[in-house]
Design a protein around this ligand. Structure first.
Ligand SMILES: Cc1ncc(COP(=O)(O)O)c(C=O)c1O
Length: 442
């Protein structure tokens, strides 16, 4: 293929593209990215941009990791795709086994899909249909936490908060019950999680389950970090208590580990920090390290067995054309190989470097508030008049990209979740760029 000029690419873009979460009328021309390596994205005109957010939280081992690329290349030599019904293949069988193993076989059943929202949709269908299959159709409602986010499809929007983004779709969404989240109120001055507020949230959940448990099939939550809510973190104790309550009231716990899985929060899965396993666990993003679109929904044997029947109507009626794609599974198997002790050492080092950098950033910039971090994720709020303006996120992002750093603030929350392979020097450089840019927005 002949090389195409940037002008041509932008012309095609202007005429034909429709991008996610983008008001196309107001959006400036995007950067044209031609290649990527490690933590760097490379533009057509040869500039390097540090990927401070792992390209929407997916790139955990760095871009174009040679080991993952080689696994993909190798897989393309033998089998690109075959329908995953009536057939199986080594990459999917191996990956199912390894994923089951990664949960200590607490969740030994794996249902493949292509992205995080689909993985969550499947989780919702599993929880709902399980009880119908058991002759208990009244257990059909979901509980979600305040300001939770689970994706942008109709079902996942319904299961999440009615945010400003999703409000327009309200008439399409099924109703859910909402319980208070232990993640601090984004409007608060300081980022403080008190034992008392966690207890209050547990009490509210208990009270909801007590009165309506008979009609609830599942509690869905983002474990430890409510990502889209502004990297809003809460302690593991809430998860432990939620697990106990779900057991008491026979409600499935759905832990949406789409963002938090694969080392993001310091353990392989965030739920491990609470010493619990959910009944159903959607995963994606880090699953294939951002190399190929892939999702999966892990389920306990109890959930799985609830679908085994001579009644065909008890089948889980869900599937996608590309379910269990061999190339995606090969990428995920390679990524799993890289989740070794060295990788977890990198995450620990990164976690400490975040703490150090956040503290000096807060000391030098009075507009930096509510600093917080967990594992590879760090976040803070910017409190200034300019940070409160509706175009802040876009303007701040543009300035950082000009300086060689990709960030994408959530409102006035600036966060980082770089690939784990970022070095301490590179992370220091990231914080230097943030510091310089914040000065312009104070
Ligand atoms: C917790 C959580 N669940 C689900 C999703 C949806 O994943 P996807 O964007 O792959 O559909 C996201 C995406 O950010 C997420 O953070």
């Amino acid at each position: 293929m002949s090389e195409i000029s940037e002008t041509q690419i932008l012309d095609w873009h202007a005429k034909h593209a429709w991008q996610p979460f983008t008001q196309m009328k107001l959006a400036p021309n995007p950067e044209v990215i031609t290649s990527a390596e490690g933590i760097y994205l490379k533009t057509q005109d040869g500039r390097k941009i540090i990927d401070g957010v792992g390209s929407w939280w997916v790139s955990i081992h760095g871009h174009n990791h040679p080991y993952i690329m080689e696994a993909i290349r190798k897989q393309t030599e033998t089998l690109d795709q075959v329908m995953y019904a009536g057939f199986t293949h080594e990459p999917a069988a191996r990956l199912s086994h390894r994923l089951a193993q990664s949960t200590g076989y607490a969740l030994p059943r794996v249902f493949f899909s292509d992205n995080g929202a689909c993985a969550v949709e499947i989780a919702l269908k599993m929880a709902f249909q399980y009880f119908t299959n058991q002759g208990r159709p009244e257990k059909s409602r979901f509980v979600t936490l305040d300001r939770g986010y689970h994706g942008d499809t109709i079902g996942t929007m319904a299961a999440g908060a009615r945010s400003a983004f999703h409000k327009v779709y309200e008439p399409l969404l099924f109703s859910v019950l909402t319980s208070p989240t232990p993640a601090p109120d984004p409007g608060a001055v300081d980022f403080v999680i008190s034992d008392e507020s966690v207890s209050q949230c547990v009490a509210a959940l208990r009270s909801l389950f007590e009165t309506r448990g008979h009609e609830i099939c599942g509690l869905i939550l983002e474990p430890l970090i409510q990502g889209a809510d502004g990297m809003n973190m809460y302690p593991a104790e809430f998860l432990t208590e939620a697990r106990k309550l779900c057991n008491t009231y026979d409600i499935f716990l759905i832990a949406d580990e789409v963002f938090t899985g694969f080392g993001r929060t310091g353990t392989f899965y965030a739920c491990e920090a609470a010493g619990i396993w959910p009944d159903i666990m959607p995963i994606s993003k880090g699953l294939s390290a951002g190399a190929v679109a892939l999702g999966a929904t892990l389920a306990s044997e109890r959930v799985y067995e609830g679908f085994l029947s001579n009644e065909r109507s008890h089948t889980l009626f869900h599937g996608h054309s590309m379910t269990g794609n061999p190339i995606g599974c090969a990428a995920a198997n390679a990524s799993m190989d890289l989740m070794n002790p060295e990788c977890f050492d990198q995450i620990s080092t990164l976690a400490l470097a975040h703490v150090r950098n956040l503290s000096s950033l807060q000391a030098s910039r009075s507009s930096v508030r509510r600093t917080r971090s967990l594992g590879s994720v760090a976040a803070f709020d910017l409190k200034s008049e300019r940070a409160a303006s509706p175009d802040f996120s876009q303007k701040f992002r543009e300035r950082c990209v000009q300086k060689g750093l990709l960030v994408r603030p959530l409102g006035s929350v600036i966060y980082l979740c770089p690939p784990y392979v970022v070095s301490i020097q590179e992370l220091d450089r990231i914080y230097d760029i943030l510091n310089e840019t914040i000065k312009e927005f104070e």
